[in-house]
Design a protein around this ligand. Sequence first.
Ligand code: F6R
Length: 611
Amino acid sequence: MCGIVGYVGKRQALPVLMDGLRRMEYRGYDSAGIAVMDDADLRVAKSVGKVRALADSLVDTTVAGTLGIAHTRWATHGVPSEANAHPHVSCDGKVALVHNGIIENYAELRAELTAAGHAFASETDTETLAHLVEHLMRFPGVTLADAVRSAVRRVRGTFGLAVVSTDYPNEIIVARLGSPIVIGVGEGEYLVASDPNAIIGHTRSMIFLDDGEMAVLNRDGYRVVSLENLPVAKHPENIDWSAEDAQKNGHAHFMMKEMSEQPEVLRNTMRGRIDFDAGNAVLGGLRDVADRTREIDRLIIVGCGSAYYAAQVGEYMLEEYAGIPVEVELASEFRYRKPIITPRTAVIAVSQSGETADTLAAIREAKMKGALTLGIINAVGSTIARETDAGIYNHAGPEIGVASTKAFLSQATVFALLTMFLGRQRQMSVTTGRRISEELARIPDLVASLLARQDEYKAIADKYAWADDFLYLGRKYCAPLAYEGALKLKEVSYVHAEGYAAGEMKHGPIALVDETMPSIVICPVDSVYEKTKSCIEELRARRGKVIAITTEGNHELDNLADDVIFIPKTLEMLTPILAAIPLQAFAYHAAVRRGFDPDMPRNLAKSVTVE
Ligand code: F6R
């Protein structure tokens, strides 16, 4: 979604800002803009479309200056247009501002400011803030920081903000409520961003603002205060991934790069976390709450999209091996229900970005009701990671491709570790724990062997390129994988796909089946194999084409399915981790064949920070 970047230092700001904007392109956006302080003059440029269009529009102009802010916009209020793109500028041209989030009471503020003589140039909610800051600065003795603080205190909604003014040509003011802001600490320079990836090439030392905080930055330092103007002591944290981690490294797309990284990602997720002898997981992030997790009698797991499906895989694992009742809820629904929470309930948020608005709201609701809150989060220092009581980082590195691949696999792996941890706190035997540990240790190599078979997956994607609709079916551990496989295909290739638990097929979707509607059936040799196999028979009886995913050595489906993809044998609970690989690859090759860029699917944003 929207992205913010800012710079104050000794270097020219424009190249730093443009580089930051490019590094945030993966998040999804429709227009971009910059404002650079050229002496005490503001140079503002905006463009609809890609950052490249903005760069092209600046080719014949000199934009000099060592302080500036920039933005990529994902339209919420008003169509993508130059007028609606950020930065927004006040009537007197002195204040420029970029904003992520939503100003819910903007209509009210706009009416008030219009009555006071302000003229609006856009349809956005954000522009009201630029005028409000200008308006407040007219009062004697009110500084830029005072005006921003007073302005945001009038806002209902969410914001991550960066503001500059020609009256304060050496200052950037940033503020946050519900939308991330990170400050990069360099040598004699400070950077600002809504996403650490935008500035990681300049510094790994970062300060994460919390909600209700703002900061004043200039070349010589920074000062963080609360929105009540009380000083807040903040210390930089070191981010453990590098700018290179966010490059394609010779792959055509980030999606393929991230799929290829999965063996290493899973090793990183598990590194130092398995005690083979004790048949247990060593989860440092849960150490301080281990006494509470022992007493937990119910788990609620919340997430959105792929994270939600990974949670469903986790539900099967936790119920089967840890014996804890588990409910998995869409975060967007959980926040509006009246969940029954007791002090012995733990609510786990699963999120790659750690910034998804619905998941964050769900965790806040759970916390307010007294639950133990835990996070399974990839982005270090993200809001959910900081707001949960304890958690487990994925260590998957930055995921740039919009479609979740390595994050999904690593989330499922974390659930296996959590299952051992909670299971061993309860009835799970050391023998079972050891069996899971040993099998988990084999998984990265098995994933690598599956990844090496791209030609096979591509050939199947090519063979079915005629199909406009797909059914994905799976049972038990593989039911969530059917949902995930269908999601992957539709989001990157725009082919219609529906994921169903295989047992549901006869309750409706079978009406769709004929020779034009192929099905991908995940049918490993597991405890429900015979049932899933019957489903393939039923599809065939209706002339449906079938691509089956089954276990190596099982040739029963060779004559039943049109195409068979074999995956190695593993524990039933870990099968989804292996079966995900051909599903991801099928979606990727289908997208590329259709001429789409799987890294930037239309209408999608990498991190959904508004409701
Ligand atoms: C699908 C996908 C999304 C995300 C969802 C949650 O490929 O990437 O469905 O899984 O938006 O995002 P996070 O994990 O950042 O909370």
